[in-house]
Design a binder for this molecule. Structure first.
Ligand SMILES: *[C@@H]1O[C@H](CO)[C@@H](O)[C@H](O)[C@H]1NC(C)=O
Ligand SMILES: *[C@@H]1O[C@H](CO)[C@@H](O)[C@H](O)[C@H]1NC(C)=O
Length: 293
């Protein structure tokens, strides 16, 4: 029952993002609790009419029940607040450090439909659900649909900006490097963040697959890989397992890996040693080294 009903949550979140609620909530001081009425008056309805507070409240109370907001009830009045643990603040614009685009992308009809073919990957591992739905692979599809492609770039940039700010506090492995290549660096967001902290670095942003073959023939190089490290038997891997199923749906050969699988692909690419450097927000920084030292 719970699983069947769960679908209401991401789409309720999508609705409040479209209404601008995370920014409205974020712009008020954290200690200020807002009613649905107060939030509704700040929503710019296209018709010029006031937004409907009652239907807004129906969405917000669901979000609050999933800890995206706090809620206090006095009499019949419900008020919504934010604490540091409230998920909604990660959906505010926050100068690009936001998970809003990721949620909008993930709940787009185009990227929900391919799940219809997920079971076929078990019957025939050569099936790629997204390709089965559209006749092209994910990146070709995103190239053709410019609006969705740009939403995808914003989704990746927004989520990695959040992760990168934590990474830069914890991980010291960029010190002592001269040149840093971001392979598959998207629109260069990560590289820009790293270079703002380590301005002595020469940064190269690459986003083409052939670069992996050309760029890594250096000796004395290390590859820094931040990813979800799957621990096969642990509930801690729940988000890793979810991303893995998304990859099964969207990307031919894409998967989340455990340490021995990383060691295997590292060895196949000529890296003799894999080290766990640090873990940040449920992601792990792995360093692949070409030579032992
Ligand atoms: C991150 O890890 C913690 C503890 O290991 C877990 O409680 C939490 O649910 C994880 N978060 C996600 C998004 O998987
Ligand atoms: C890693 O995953 C592979 C493939 O699923 C599995 O065969 C292997 O036992 C796993 N290794 C560990 C240490 O869990």
């Amino acid at each position: 029952m719970q699983i069947s009903l769960l679908v209401a949550l991401p789409f309720a979140v999508k609705a409040v993002i479209r209404l601008g609620v995370p920014d409205i909530r974020n712009d008020a001081a954290p200690q200020v609790q807002l009613t649905a009425d107060e939030i509704a008056t700040r929503i710019a309805a296209p018709s010029g009419r006031a937004a409907d507070p009652e239907n807004l409240d129906r969405l917000l109370r669901l979000l609050a029940s999933h800890n995206l907001l706090t809620t206090t009830v006095s009499g019949t009045e419900r008020r919504y607040g934010l604490t540091p643990a409230s998920g909604l603040k990660y959906l505010a614009s926050n100068e690009g450090r936001s998970l809003a685009s990721l949620l909008l992308f993930q709940t787009s009809p185009e990227f929900v439909s391919p799940f219809e073919f997920l079971h076929e990957t078990v019957l025939d591992p050569s099936v790629e659900p997204l390709r089965r739905a559209y006749g092209v692979g994910t990146f070709e599809f995103l190239e053709k649909d410019r609006a969705l492609g740009s939403l995808f770039n914003k989704a990746m940039a927004g989520s990695s900006a959040l992760v990168m700010s934590s990474l830069l506090q914890e991980y010291k492995g960029f010190e002592g490097l001269n040149t840093l290549v971001d392979v598959g660096g998207g629109i260069g967001e990560n590289l820009a963040l790293i270079l703002s902290k380590y301005p002595h670095l020469r940064g190269i942003n690459f986003d083409l697959p052939y670069v992996v073959n050309k760029g890594l023939q250096i000796r004395d190089a290390k590859l820094i890989n931040m990813d979800v490290l799957v621990v096969d038997t642990s509930l801690k891997s729940q988000s890793g397992f979810s991303i893995d199923v998304l990859m099964l749906t969207y990307l031919n050969g894409g998967r989340e890996r455990n340490l021995s699988q990383f060691r295997k692909i590292a060895a196949a690419a000529g890296f003799s040693r894999v080290e766990i450097a640090v873990s940040v927000v449920n992601q792990t920084v792995l360093e692949f080294h070409k030579i032992d030292r």
